[in-house]
Structures are given as structure tokens and as C-alpha cells.
Design a protein around this ligand. Structure first.
Ligand code: GYE
Length: 351
């Protein structure tokens, strides 16, 4: 920890206490009352931080999917390449573990940046306030949270509502011309904004199908995105809604593949009898696009570390005006592109 950084933190604690005493709505720090105002930003201290000055406490959700593995690799590999000290914490998909890790990193004097991949959309206000009072840089990656944007520097992650819209457009195409088509939904963890927003966007989108009328006749969330649970959910749907299902809306590739396995086990043909739409576009998803068993896979970019680390460095260097959210760039892939074309694309991808 550099001396000027410790000074910034010490001063921010004093300022935070002063703000708490003045008013919860105070928007500017009170003028320093003793001696010359101490510098409170890197610019004022004339120190320019580099990646080698960064010790990042990274609170990851867990290891629940191929997407998650690629996201973790992005942060570990980029930290090594940039000379960043990374302290990695696997939350095992439990928010209580994330709160514990957050408090640990707040109290760790070596950590100057905290990055959160949130298990849930709510529950972080208190630790974010404590991190701010302790002068830690905080960047949210992957999933949005409901905390006020003033409590962190920025959020870098996908527009899951848009992804849901794209999944619905793909389902409209998959069920072309059908009226009264039935879709079942296998959702991700119900507390995760990725699941909440994909569900919202998909419902908005199927309402806008031009030639089809599609309804969701059954929906269930797989806790912690567990594909074993996802397969049981699909097996139950196939029994309960036998012969009535034309489409599956699965919130990620692992749940889409689980649905395909259940469909096949029931003696039906995924891609012919039932059309499956999934999200992430990982190598596993591509495998089922290439076989034709998955109709479409909506990409979700896990390779976010370079953008996140750059944002954190900007905050350390007192850069202001950062957008509160930087949506990821991503595409979509279809079985109809053909096995050869999909294999060629897959060969160029990192995950
Ligand atoms: O779709 C899923 C992972 O937050 C975008 O979380 C991420 C989602 C992703 O468990 O595979």
C-alpha cells in the first residue's frame, strides 16, 4: 500500500464520518478544517497508479458453468499478464460467502480494488458502503445489482434483457408460422439478474412475434444454475405436458444441454420435435448447434477482465465521468449456419 494511498484512505474515513454526521444526502465533502486540505485523488498526490500497484480482491460467484470458467480464466490470465496481484474468492454461489469475502477484502490493507460478480441482484448495500468508507475501488462485473450506482465505480456486463429479446426472436423463427405454440422455461438461479432479465426480455420478445403466437406453459428455476436440477425439471415438464411442448427457453448452455438430454431420453428428437434456445454460446453450446439439436445460442461475453481492470485503474487515478454501465458486445449463433461454418467459428473462440 503506497503512502499516498493510505493517506487517501485515512482521509476518506474522516470524510465518511463527517458525511455521516452531516446528512445522508450530502453530496460534497465538507471543507478540511485543519491545515491545508490533504490531496484526496491520485492527481492531487501526483502519483500515477499502474497495474503493478493494484491488488484486486475478486469475489467470483462459483464454478457453475463453462461461462463461469471462462470468466474466471479471463481475470486470472489478465492479472498475470498485467502484473496485477489477484486474491481470488470462490463464493460457491452463496451470497453469505460473498458478504464474508467483501468484509475480508475491506479489512485487508493490501487490497485497493474489489471486483464483484454478484450471485444475487440485492443484498450488497452495506458492504458497498463500508468499502466506499474504507477508500476501496469497487467495480461490478458480469451481473447488474440493485444497489445505487454511487456505491461503486462502474458496472461492466451484458444487457440480459436484450439477450432475452434476441432469444425470443430466435424462438419466433424456430416456431415459424405456428399459432398456439407452447414453450417451457428452465431458468437460472432465481436471484440472479442474468436470469431475471433474460426471463423479462424473452417474455417481451415473444409478445412481438409477427406470425406466431407463443405462450410459456411451464417455468421453473434451477437453483445455482445446476444442470442436474435442470434435467429433472425438463423430465417433469415432458411428463406433465406430454406432446404439448414445441420449444424450450433455457437460461444458459448447461440448462439447454440438460433439456436436450431429457428430450432424447424421452424418445423425442431435439431440433425436430422440440426446438431449444439457450444462452452463453460456449463450446458446449456450439457442439449442440453443430449437431442441430440446439436451434440457437445467444452469446454472452465472459472475457471482461481487461475492461474491468482498466476501469479500476482509472478510478485509482482519479478519472471521473465513467459511464455507470458498459454493456458487453455480443452476437448470436444458429444451427442453420451449418456445421462447417460453426466449426470454423468455434476454432476462433477462447471458450
Ligand atoms: O449465463 C451462466 C452463469 O451471469 C452471464 O451466470 C452469467 C451467467 C451465465 O452461471 O452460465
Amino acid at each position: 500500500m503506497t503512502k499516498s494511498r493510505s493517506l487517501r484512505i485515512a482521509l476518506s474515513v474522516v470524510v465518511a464520518a463527517a458525511l455521516a454526521a452531516c446528512s445522508s444526502t450530502a453530496t460534497t465533502a465538507p471543507a478540511a478544517t485543519t491545515g491545508a486540505a490533504a490531496p484526496t485523488t491520485a492527481a492531487a498526490t501526483s502519483k500515477v497508479y499502474t497495474y503493478k500497484d493494484m491488488t484486486v480482491g475478486f469475489i467470483q460467484t462459483g464454478s457453475e458453468s463453462g461461462w463461469r470458467a471462462a470468466n474466471t480464466s479471463s481475470f486470472k490470465e489478465t492479472a498475470t499478464a498485467d502484473g496485477i496481484t489477484l486474491k481470488f474468492y470462490d463464493s460457491q454461489n452463496k451470497i453469505e460467502n460473498q458478504i464474508t469475502a467483501f468484509n475480508g477484502f475491506i479489512q485487508d490493507p493490501a487490497v485497493n480494488v474489489i471486483v464483484l460478480a454478484a450471485v444475487d441482484v440485492t443484498g450488497y448495500d452495506d458492504v458497498l458502503k463500508a468499502a466506499k468508507a474504507a477508500g476501496k475501488v469497487v467495480v461490478i462485473e458480469d451481473r447488474r445489482i440493485d444497489s445505487d450506482a454511487s456505491l461503486y465505480y462502474t458496472y461492466i456486463g451484458s444487457d440480459f434483457d436484450k439477450e432475452g429479446n434476441e432469444g425470443a426472436a430466435a424462438m419466433c423463427t424456430a416456431l415459424k408460422g405456428m399459432s398456439g405454440a407452447n414453450v417451457v422455461e428452465i431458468g437460472g438461479d432465481q436471484g440472479a439478474s442474468a436470469a431475471i432479465d433474460r426471463a423479462k426480455g424473452f417474455r417481451e420478445g415473444i409478445a412481438n412475434c409477427t406470425d406466431e403466437s407463443i405462450q410459456i406453459i411451464d417455468s421453473q428455476n434451477a437453483a445455482a444454475w445446476d444442470p442436474t436440477v435442470g434435467k429433472s425439471i425438463m423430465e417433469a415438464f415432458l411428463k406433465k405436458d406430454a406432446g404439448k411442448i414445441q420449444g424450450v427457453f433455457a437460461h444458459n448452455d448447461e440448462l439447454g444441454v440438460a433439456a436436450i438430454q431429457a428430450i432424447d431420453a424421452a424418445g423425442l428428437k431435439a431440433g425436430t420435435d422440440i426446438k431449444v434456445i439457450a444462452f452463453d454460446a460456449t463450446a458446449d453450446g456450439f457442439k449442440y448447434l453443430i449437431s442441430g439439436e440446439m436451434f440457437a445460442d445467444i452469446e454472452c461475453n465472459p472475457l471482461l477482465a481487461p475492461q474491468v481492470y482498466k476501469a479500476a485503474l482509472d478510478d485509482l487515478n482519479g478519472v471521473t465521468g465513467q459511464a455507470s454501465w458498459t454493456p458487453s458486445e455480443e452476437g448470436q449463433f444458429f444451427a442453420s449456419q451449418g456445421a462447417d461454418a460453426l466449426k470454423a467459428i468455434l476454432a476462433t473462440r477462447k471458450y
